[in-house]
Design a protein around this ligand. Sequence first.
Ligand code: LLP
Length: 414
Amino acid sequence: MTTGFFNSGQELVCDGVPLAAIADAEGTPLYVYSAPTIRARYRAIDDAFDGYPHAVHYALKANSTFGIVRLLRSLGSAADANSVGEIEVARRAGFAPADIVFTGVGKSQDELAYAVPLGLKAINVESAGELDRIEAIAQRLDAAVRVAVRINPDIDAGSHPHISTGLRINKFGVPLATAREMLASMPARPALTLVSVHVHIGSQITSLGPLGGAAAFVARIAGELRRAGQPLEYVDVGGGLGISYDGSHVVSPHDYVTALVAAVRPTALPIVVEPGRSIVGPAGALVARVIDTKPRNALSEFVVIDAGMTELMRPALYDAFHRIEPVRPSPGDPRAYEVVGPVCESSDVVGRDRILPPLEVGDLMAILDSGAYGSAMASNYNRRPLPAEVLVDNGSWQRIRRRQTIDDILALEP
Ligand code: LLP
């Protein structure tokens, strides 16, 4: 079954529901999500393990809107949380602490004091110092805390430099030599229970080589540890599977998981994966309205829409490409447009040099594949209220977040 956003006759729909109807009722800018797409994409990963023991820990950082997190929970997902805020969202959405891994390169003392007594599946440790701080808290509580060591495998993910994490020069994890020291110290530290080793080499990775290489890397370390008498409970291979923003070929969830299983099977250990984007990215569109048009140069026009870097930071931050489609394309010869947001920054360009049907003030546009790192990275810059968010399911939609008001924003300021 095809799910999500497609053209039905003359207009864009989400699972059969016209985006224009949703936008007219809810206003713009607006995030629209397809529940059937989230289900299908979650299952594509989960099913591909084909009986091999595993746990899918959805990475909340991609989209932690409560309704989305609850939906993932209902599908049987576990959670990857990167902050106390994300742990709280996960817990309130019904995840048990034992279903949550706590990742993140800079966990504050307050965050660790909160996390250590919770009984999480693991705290993925990012440095020798962090391991010491976790141990000290656990000793004070006279408890044992489950930890995994995040190793930096020095593998090039081949993704955008801002979202590649697996090279030595990146701030993430510890080099193998440091990891070996940390791992070797564990048996003498009763407050620490070593459960796993972890890698995450980056995001929006579109080829199998780096992903399979990272999995083989942790599998190798897990094998060494078993031979040294330090068996692990599972290996955590992180997230990072990319999606196709422009229609070009990317690794399928099936091939991705098959490669993970092939790499890890020799250890016989369960696999933890932390996918974010690959589950929710294609399941969301950002719907915006045209505010203005004006000439740009001899070849193109500006079209100013009511969504920009405040609602989808990816183009401004990574020069990321997102397909932009008119919700109800008007007839007429296509033209070249520079699609820009309303924010006071020249970097606030949503799409460069797009060939689109003629656009007029009031027209609706959909920025596709905005389900991951859209709402999650949105800001109040220019005092712009966060948009509403709706989840489409069963031929209708439900508001899962109301539009923020100026009063909401100012409520924090005496
Ligand atoms: N696990 C860890 C430890 C991570 O740091 C991340 C993402 C994930 C899992 C999930 O990765 P995914 O499956 O979504 O690729 N804002 C950027 C992406 C930043 C990714 C940060 N870490 C973007 O919009 O492209």
